[in-house]
Each structure stands twice: as C-alpha cells, then as structure tokens.
Design a protein around this ligand. Structure first.
Ligand SMILES: [Zn+2]
Length: 271
C-alpha cells in the first residue's frame, strides 16, 4: 500500500523579506514591515498537505480562509493585517481543493496543525467538520503565553483535541507524536519558531519525506543556517534546523519541504 502526499498551495502571504530570512538590521521590528520600504516586501506560498494514507485521510494545516477575499482586515485583526497580507485566488481555498478531488471536510480523518500562526490556522473553520482535529498542547500554551502572535478568533467554535509529544528517537528534542503508532506519520517537536511547532515525517517502503513547517522558510535555511525573523527561542531554532539538515542528508530522504518555500510548487509524492 502506498502513501500519497499532496503538496497544496492555499494562497500566498506577503511579508517583509526579513520575516522568512532574518536580516542584520538596526530595526528590531523589521519582520513586521513597520518602518520598512515596500521594496522589502515579498510573496510566499502558504502550504497545506493532504496525505492519503491506508489508515485515513490526513490534512496538515489549512491555509487562508475565504474571508480574506472580502474582509482581510477583520479576519486578521489590525496587527496581523499590518504584518501580513493574504492572497487567496479562486480555487485555492482548502475546501475548494478538497472539492476538486471529490472530497468534503467531513472526509478528513485527522486535521493536524503544525502550529497556530494565522497563515496556517486561518482556514480551520472551513474544515471544522474533520473527524478529529489535533494541536500540540505546547502550541496551545504558546497561544496563551504569547497572545500577540496569534488570532484566536480563527479557531473560535472549532472543536479540537490536544496531543502530547512523547519520548522518541526523532528530533533534537527527542519528542514526537506518532499518529497511527506505526512510524508512518510522525509529528516531531521542532521548536524555535514557536514552542509547539511540529514537523512531520511521512515514511513508507524505506523512504521518507520531511514536511518541516516553519522550522525554516526554505532549503537555504537549513543549508546555510538562516534563522526565521519570528523566533521564540533562537537556540532551539538552531538545534531544530540542524536536525532538519541531518535528516535532509539521509539516503532514504526523498524531499524536505518547508511550508513557505518559493521554490516548491504544488505536487504529489507517492511513497
Ligand atoms: Zn507560516
């Protein structure tokens, strides 16, 4: 039995160039775009991953909600509207892409969130009928400790459960959550960008793909150790990126995919 991973782009996000790739600048808030000229602005894809697994249909992250097409300021709130602008062309919302595949939100067995930043959690309400929605308990703590970084109205009324990372051989933290208990879809704790950030290993037939969420923003992040602009713990970012680099060098690694890498186009991987 094979596993299929569909890399989907659910719109794009416009941010300051120092948000994906930390820059040495005297402006400590450069990643917000405040006091920075428009020439620093850049568009990045916003990805979600649909995994067709023999044990169920798994969705990772949700991309932008369709509300961003009509009232972005209200959906994002003032602060997040300043930091990022959303673009969601017709046909790219997660529900529209499910429909193109003949699927409904209620067909999703597991929606697992890599973390809850707005460009990942925006569409949660669109797929709230998923059978089970999971967020790491550490990420939920983050949303309470670091309120300004999140837009909780995005998951208002969405029923979800939390999962706990358990001791594991994966990740520099040695903490992971094995979704099916068979090592085929494993959410690995890769903190730094947020404390609850989860990367995903999908493996089958001796090969694996690593979906590393926002641990880094592109291949050069782990190849050249370029930190993201948004970090809650720099040391942990470095250690998580080091782990991603080690994984990328393994012989049975098919691809390592960062959520917002402009070099990654929507495609399907079969394992
Ligand atoms: Zn992101």
């Amino acid at each position: 039995m094979s596993i299929k991973i569909h890399v989907l782009h659910c719109g794009q996000v416009r941010v300051d160039s120092s948000l994906p790739f930390h820059e040495k600048t005297i402006n400590p808030f450069s990643y917000t775009g405040i006091l920075r000229s428009k020439r620093h602005q850049t568009w990045l894809p916003v990805s979600a991953y649909l995994i067709e697994h023999p044990k169920g249909l798994v969705l990772i992250d949700t991309g932008w909600h369709t509300d961003v097409r009509t009232d972005q300021k209200k959906h994002l709130g003032f602060l997040h509207y300043i930091i990022n602008k959303a673009d969601l062309p017709k046909g790219q919302a997660i529900t529209e892409q499910l429909e193109q595949r003949g699927l409904k939100p209620s067909d999703i067995d597991f929606l697992v969130m890599s973390h809850l930043h707005s460009d990942h959690a925006s569409g949660m309400k669109l797929v709230k009928e998923a059978k089970k929605i999971l967020v790491s308990d550490i990420e939920i703590l983050d949303t309470q400790k670091n309120k300004i970084a999140y837009v909780p109205s995005m998951w208002d009324g969405v029923k979800f459960d939390t999962f706990k990372f358990q001791q594991s051989n994966y990740g520099n933290e040695k903490l992971a959550f094995d979704l099916f208990g068979d090592d085929s879809v494993v959410f690995v704790s890769t903190p730094g960008h947020t404390m609850g950030l989860a990367s995903t290993i999908v493996q089958n037939n001796g090969k694996f793909v690593l979906l590393c969420a926002d641990t880094g923003y592109a291949k050069k992040s782990w190849e050249q150790m370029i930190m993201p602009g948004v970090m809650v713990d720099k040391k942990k970012v470095i250690s998580s990126l080091e782990w991603v680099r080690q994984m990328s060098q393994q012989q049975n690694c098919i691809e390592v995919i960062a959520n917002h890498d402009t070099d990654i186009k929507p495609h399907t991987i079969e394992l």
